[in-house]
Design a binder for this molecule. Structure first.
Ligand code: AHM
Ligand code: MG
Length: 336
């Protein structure tokens, strides 16, 4: 049936967010506007990522252009697109990007109430071989009164209003939580719209997959080493877990969210705070995990309770299925 081949009632991300907004009559629509600018950034990066391989083949990347400037790298380009889209939304006041040493304070004429923390193109070591990469973002509301300061973004992750990521993979998928569950949208390239394809995502309570860079094992602490040993040689008669590690946080977390299991980037002797950044990697992913019914733990505390002191601070992270993270917590508690 032709009628079956086409869905005619399309829940776009814009429609979805506007519907949610109706539940909050006090809302002025600012969030929808902000989100539409984030979505524009994601679409741009998606299209640039898809062209990247081709651009290389036909000799665009790395060449100098007419102004004699070298072609911008994809991560730098993505950062510029997001900064400009966010500033021009007129709804932001502070932006923190992985690509920029300093936070951006939006000039007062374009200022709004939201603070956005983001990694415009995470997993960039995977670009040149065509493996999935992504954008990660988190959104805070500026504290009331006075000039915005860095304290407005140095807030615990539980204060985020929304968080999400966009994965540039075999399809382009945007996963979003505004604090009432998690929903996934897939870009229909012919429409240029993100369509709701994964309504109310719930992570399985326990999973069969663990995801970690095991090459760092010689430097792990006791609980991490014990946990991974348990994944491989369970002592309770359960079957061993499978290992999957892409090395692209968005892709590893996306799989964990859909299939269940655990993703960890633990502390090690060389990097006692792990590798991943609190504000725009650990917090948004922890927010999504909790909203999907999972957990996120730093080895010391609930990840979303952490109060960052610096914008580019790092933290160890264990996140995923509730029961799997619970096991890690037990191993750390036993250590004390
Ligand atoms: P990046 O921000 O420099 O791209 O690094 C972050 C990435 C994450 O996507 C991924 O989880 C991690 O680095 C992988 O690190 P490693 O190569 O040490 O396993
Ligand atoms: Mg990153």
């Amino acid at each position: 049936h032709a009628a079956d081949a086409y869905r005619t009632d399309l829940m776009t991300i814009t429609r979805f967010v506007l519907n949610e907004q109706c539940k909050h009559p006090e809302s002025r629509g600012d969030f929808s506007i902000l989100l539409s600018h984030i979505v524009l950034g994601c679409k741009f990066v998606c299209s640039a990522v898809n062209k990247a391989g081709l651009a290389k083949l036909i000799g665009l990347a790395g060449e100098t252009n007419v102004q004699g400037e070298e072609q911008k790298k994809l991560d730098v380009l993505s950062n510029e697109v997001f900064i400009k889209a966010l500033v021009s939304s007129g709804r932001t006041c502070i932006l923190v990007s992985e690509e920029d040493e300093e936070a951006t304070f939006v000039e007062s004429s374009k200022r709004g109430r939201y603070c956005v923390v983001f990694d415009p193109l995470d997993g960039s070591s995977n670009i040149d071989c065509g493996v999935s990469i992504g954008t990660i973002f988190g959104i805070y509301m500026v504290k009331d009164g006075g000039e915005p300061t860095l304290d407005d973004v140095l807030q615990p992750g539980k204060n985020m209003l929304a968080a999400g990521y966009c994965m540039y993979g075999s399809s382009c998928t945007l996963v979003l939580s505004t604090g009432t569950g998690v929903n996934g949208f897939t870009l229909d390239p012919s429409l240029g719209e993100f369509i709701l394809t994964h309504p109310s995502i719930k992570i399985p309570k326990k999973g069969k997959i663990y995801s970690v860079n095991e090459g760092n094992a010689k430097n792990w602490d006791g609980p991490t080493a014990k946990y991974v040993e348990k994944c491989k040689f369970p002592q309770d008669g359960s079957s061993s877990k499978s290992l999957r590690y892409i090395g692209s946080m968005v892709a590893d977390v996306h799989r964990t969210l859909l299939y269940g299991g655990i993703f960890l980037y633990p502390a090690d002797k060389k990097s006692p705070n792990g590798k991943l950044r609190v504000l725009y990697e650990v917090f948004p992913m922890s927010f999504l995990m909790e909203q999907a019914g999972g957990q996120a733990f730093t080895g010391k505390q609930r990840a979303l309770d952490l109060i960052p002191q610096k914008i580019h601070e790092r933290s160890p992270i264990f996140l995923g299925s509730f029961d799997d993270v619970e096991e890690v917590k037990a191993l750390y508690a036993a250590e004390e």
